[in-house]
Design a protein around this ligand. Structure first.
Ligand code: GRF
Length: 220
């Protein structure tokens, strides 16, 4: 069966991109990364894409509308069906967001709607929460909003600083993002208002990221 064609937008390190590349290396994974777009030429993620033999496009265009037009062209030419934002640090043109409505996802290192925007780990520490985590969601015009597909919870320790918390959350991100994209690729997500309904329920490998969920659904 044809795999879902995914385009990934990055600005930097690209460790989430790598997690998606690694997942897609398994031919049984229902999606493949066909294009990586970066707004920064020096993004490390571009090297990861090159190593994996994935087409790359640098769009170092400060104007939001011009960026969107160029991205749209590249995505269309590559036959992209789903856009995955992975550490993409620029605001997207609202018409681009609308054009990809329900076909564009993002990963954010907090349990949204808590701590949207910049430095979510610093925000979590400042708020004193005992748990934080990461969220994969459909993208809407307002930053870090949109129907939530999946979340993974991680504890916040008393001696955490921003870096140690970010590292713990990042490890969860690398597991969650490929699983969430897989659900999309399998056509199992239905959006009802602000909620996402997963056909067949949350699969065990995602539930396993959140031990209490696994227990509650009798899968623990
Ligand atoms: C991740 O924490 C992601 O959630 C956030 O930006 C960071 C990107 O890291 N949106 P990487 O480029 O995937 O390594």
């Amino acid at each position: 069966m044809a795999r879902l064609r995914v385009g990934v937008l990055i600005s930097g390190r690209g460790s989430n991109l790598q997690a998606l590349i690694d997942a897609a290396a398994d031919p049984a994974y229902p999606a493949e990364i066909v294009l990586v777009i970066s707004n920064l030429p020096e993004a490390l993620g571009l090297q990861r894409a090159a190593q994996a033999g994935i087409a790359r496009q640098i769009i170092a265009e400060p104007d939001r509308t011009v960026f969107a037009t160029a991205a749209e062209t590249a995505l269309r030419q590559s036959g992209v069906e789903l856009v995955a934002l992975a550490g993409f640090m620029r605001l997207l043109d609202t018409s681009f967001v609308e054009a990809w409505r329900d076909r564009m996802v993002n990963i954010h290192p907090s349990l949204l709607p808590a701590f949207p925007g910049l430095h979510p780990q610093r925000q979590a520490l400042a708020a004193g929460v005992r748990f934080s985590g990461c969220t994969v969601h459909f993208v809407r015009a307002e930053i870090d909003t949109g129907p939530i597909i999946a979340q993974a919870v991680v504890p916040v320790h008393d001696d955490d600083d921003q870096d140690s918390l970010a590292a713990r959350i990042l490890a969860a991100e690398h597991r969650l993002y490929p699983l969430a994209v897989r659900l999309y690729a399998e056509g199992r997500l239905r959006i009802e208002g602000n909620r996402v309904i997963v056909a067949g329920g949350m699969p065990p490998d995602i539930a396993a990221l959140n031990p209490l969920e696994a227990l509650a659904s009798g899968r623990g």
